[in-house]
Design a binder for this molecule. Structure first.
Ligand code: 13P
Length: 311
């Protein structure tokens, strides 16, 4: 097996040869982020997927993200290095169950977090990500709303927008649900000068203890504009790579999950994306994301509605 440096060089050569682009989420491994052409949060990645003129998009992230890229760029080949890279939120909401749920609220606008399957997006009016969800809910003033699948993000949206009539699906992110308020308060006592920055998929008590709540990109931007020297980071640990790269002089303390012995909170699905799998996927142009055209077309409407409202 070649070492990582050699693999990174080979991946760069394959990208040039095949006019391929690598899009990576902030939660992926550091060495994966290093070979990416673009690193971002869910919204920025979907915007990059819609805008690229590459022939091949290799999506270094989880399955629903690669599906979104394929929906937006149907003429391109979209590769996913490991199709087993799933998402507990997407898995909590099957299209069949969601269709039945939606039928109970026929006069509601359906807003779905992008962390859903393409089949659920096809049953959705407007998608959202953690960086545009508040804006999208506010834009639907006066309309009844059904929000799926993240109950924690949904609950946060209710609090921030004052819309306590929003109907919620009962799903959650297995990584963000594991953060422990007690451990965060312990860290706060140890580091009283540190601010707590949390992702809105965390549970309510954690969010109430945070100084700032935002998407991965919003957390990174907040650090850039805040001027602080120390932050407790309450989201998946992959984000630490970009934070340390961008702000080497700042101290970042990862918040541990309840059951932690190592102190970090990893998404095992994101960590399935490795350099050898990226290399193999580029060589073989497989595994490829394939979507039924009728489903793709219906899902595209809900994603384009989101992109139109995110400018
Ligand atoms: P953002 O990319 O919007 O921060 O959310 C990441 C995510 O999918 C968390 O599960």
């Amino acid at each position: 097996m070649a070492d990582n440096t050699t693999l990174a060089d080979k991946i760069a050569a394959l990208k040039r040869e095949k006019n391929a682009v690598i899009l990576a989420h902030y939660y992926t491994r550091p060495e994966v982020q290093q070979v990416a052409d673009f690193i971002g949060d869910s919204l920025a990645l979907s915007q990059a997927a819609a805008a690229t003129d590459a022939d091949i998009i290799l999506f270094a992230g989880v399955y629903f993200m690669a599906e979104t890229a394929k929906v937006l760029s149907p003429g391109k080949k979209v590769l996913i290095p490991d199709p087993a890279a799933g998402c507990s939120l997407a898995d909590s909401c099957s299209a069949a169950d969601f269709r039945r749920f939606r039928e109970r609220y026929p006069d509601h606008k359906v807003v779905a977090y992008v962390n859903t399957s393409v089949e659920v997006k096809a049953l959705t009016d407007i998608c959202c990500t953690s960086s545009n969800a508040v804006k999208i809910i506010r834009a639907l003033e006066g309309q009844k709303i059904l929000f799926a699948p993240d109950r924690n993000l949904g609950d946060y949206l209710k609090r921030v927008t004052g819309r306590d009539d929003i109907v919620l699906w009962d799903g959650a992110c297995h990584v963000h649900e594991k953060f422990s308020l007690e451990k965060i308060l312990e860290l706060k006592r140890e580091h009283p000068d540190a601010k707590v920055l949390a992702h809105p998929e965390c549970k309510k008590p954690v969010l109430l203890a945070a100084d700032f709540v935002g998407s991965t990109a919003a957390i990174i931007d907040y650090v850039g504009s805040d001027g602080g020297k120390k932050y407790i980071i309450v989201t998946e640990s992959g984000i630490l790579f970009e934070l340390q790269e961008k702000y080497p002089e700042i101290d970042f303390i990862p918040a541990p999950p309840t059951d932690s012995t190592c102190g970090c909170n990893d998404c095992e699905y994101m960590k399935l994306v490795t350099l050898p799998k990226i290399y193999d996927a580029l060589v073989n142009e497989s595994p490829e994301v394939v979507i039924d055209e009728e489903v793709r077309r219906r899902a595209e409407g809900s994603i384009r509605n989101m992109l139109g409202m995110s400018k």
